[in-house]
Design a protein around this ligand. Structure first.
Ligand code: CU
Length: 162
């Protein structure tokens, strides 16, 4: 009977130890942000993509309206799509709608943030600070984990499926 008391406690202790490494989520109001990441950049590279998932846990639609970062001159919101066999990037001046109760994924080949005018190259393992502004939920500070050049998905210890 004692074991039923011990195991839950052991689980909590393990989680507490692991949390600083695993936790790479942010939230503001009803908006939850998961695993912001970017890629290492070459010395000559002046732009970098930013990827993350945004979930709206509220029952009213919200919108990512802008982003800024001290590590770049400007951060734009972009979409990418095939246009006659050519991949094109386009700035979304109105931002990205985050419908109530839904998640929107910013990922390579689709919606993404674009860090423009990098102050210095993104180095693998670094965290790039940024502020995301939502029309309803307000602003939230996040960090983008810098992953290896060839990354196509978030690499997060303990994040199943990646
Ligand atoms: Cu872009």
């Amino acid at each position: 009977m004692k074991s039923t008391n011990i195991y839950p406690l052991a689980g909590i202790a393990l989680f507490a130890l692991a949390a600083p490494v695993l936790a790479h989520n942010f939230s503001v109001g009803k908006i939850a942000i998961g695993h912001p990441w970017t890629r290492e950049t070459a010395a000559t590279q002046t732009v970098g993509g930013g990827f993350l998932t945004i979930r709206n846990n509220g029952n009213v639609s919200d919108r990512l309206v802008s982003a800024t970062s001290p590590s770049a001159t400007e951060v734009q919101i972009h979409t990418m799509s095939m246009d006659g066999g050519v991949m094109r990037m386009r700035q979304l001046k109105d931002g990205i709608a985050i419908p109530a109760g839904q998640s929107v994924e910013l990922k390579p080949g689709g919606l993404h943030l674009m860090f423009i005018g990098l102050k210095k190259p993104f180095k693998q393992g670094a965290k790039i600070p940024a502020t995301l502004k939502f029309a309803r939920a307000g602003s939230v500070q996040v960090t983008f984990a810098v992953q290896p050049v060839g990354s196509t998905a978030p690499m997060e210890a303990g994040h199943a499926g990646h």
